[in-house]
Ligand binder design. Structure first.
Ligand SMILES: C[S@@+](CC[C@H](N)C(=O)[O-])C[C@H]1O[C@@H](n2cnc3c(N)ncnc32)[C@H](O)[C@@H]1O
Length: 308
């Protein structure tokens, strides 16, 4: 797929406008993993937009590696705010569908999608639609798609095998499934994060694991493909390294704090941290003295092909 990098500015501006207009963000009840209704009082799951914009430059390198052909029909399963679906529909004549369980996120995705269409930003031969639905029982006929992608979703799933079987069902023979996700052991930061920040990150990981999620899912993705009967065609690690000067606030810290704030209710309800401890760590981590920092975060990308 040929990428025109000059198109990204308009897309990124549309999303920065959403962030600016969106107000305060989470009310502390969302989880980013599906089903969270945190749309009161601001933009739901604001941190997901911050995360996808931060990751976009590296993720867009990946787009060029995917052997997507003009005319294909693509499913982005667990599309969230739909950035990846938009990137595809903006670059090539593709029929792109984003599916998510969270209607709140889809509402924002549809609004931005319409805006991009009005600007003539969506490729003239492309279509972009967003459907509400569950990855375990999608509303599509067998063999409806040439290419299915699911990014940063499997870390939230309690039954990744069942989800993979369902995604394989909707792929045509010879079509492809691409899974992209984190593995926490592929991350590093120097110098070490402050104790307060580390405790909050541990609490976030514990909350995700209590919901049945898995932050070490990256290493398991190729096995899920093979278990579902696909031929594993590609395995790649996409690293993103960043130097943050002491004069600048580390966006990784801000995004990490915003993400952990979104599951505060769960962390307190399950006794993962006490209220006073949580609030003290948030206070300390958000006012920590800036130092320069080097970070690496990586995502595992696997592609499987359905036998013809
Ligand atoms: C961290 S977000 C990733 C969003 C998007 N794929 C991206 O890369 O920006 C995880 C998404 O998975 C969705 N999700 C979680 N469980 C789901 C399920 N069972 N069915 C459909 N979507 C689900 C959530 O609603 C959320 O939007």
């Amino acid at each position: 797929m040929q990428i025109d990098p000059s198109k990204w500015d308009i897309l990124d501006k549309a999303w920065r406008d959403v962030l600016e207009a969106g107000g305060g963000g989470d009310d502390g009840r969302g989880d980013g993993g599906g089903g969270g209704d945190d749309s009161q009082g601001g933009l739901p799951n604001r941190w997901q937009i911050e995360q996808m914009l931060a990751m976009a430059p590296v993720q867009r390198v990946l787009l060029q590696m995917l052997a997507i052909q003009p005319g294909w029909s693509i499913l982005d399963a667990g599309t969230g705010f739909g950035l990846l679906a938009m990137e595809l529909a903006g670059q090539a004549p593709l029929r792109v569908t984003g599916l998510d369980i969270d209607e709140g996120l889809l509402g924002v995705a549809r609004r931005v999608g319409r805006q991009l269409a009005d600007l003539g930003w969506i490729d003239a031969g492309a279509s972009l639609t967003f459907d509400e639905g569950d990855i375990y029982s999608t509303p599509y006929e067998d063999e409806s798609f040439d290419f299915v992608v699911s990014r940063l979703v499997y870390q939230h799933l309690t039954d990744p095998h069942a989800a993979t079987d369902e995604l394989v069902r909707v792929i045509r023979p010879g079509g492809h499934l691409c899974l992209i996700d984190v593995d926490d052991q592929l991350s590093l930061v120097y110098p070490e994060p402050t104790d307060a920040f580390a405790r909050l990150q541990d609490a976030y990981a514990a909350a995700q694991s209590h919901r049945g999620g898995d932050r070490q899912v990256g290493r398991k993705l190729s096995t899920y493909l093979e278990d579902a009967g696909l031929d594993v065609a590609l395995t790649v690690v996409l690293p993103q390294a960043m130097h943050v000067p002491a004069t600048v606030r580390d966006p990784g810290v801000d995004f990490g704090l915003s993400r952990v704030a979104s599951v505060r209710h769960q962390i307190l309800a399950e006794g993962i941290m006490g209220e006073a401890e949580f609030d003290e760590c948030m206070e300390l981590a958000s006012t920590e003295h800036a130092t320069s920092r080097f970070t690496v975060a990586a995502q595992v990308v696997v592609i499987g092909t359905k036998p013809a």
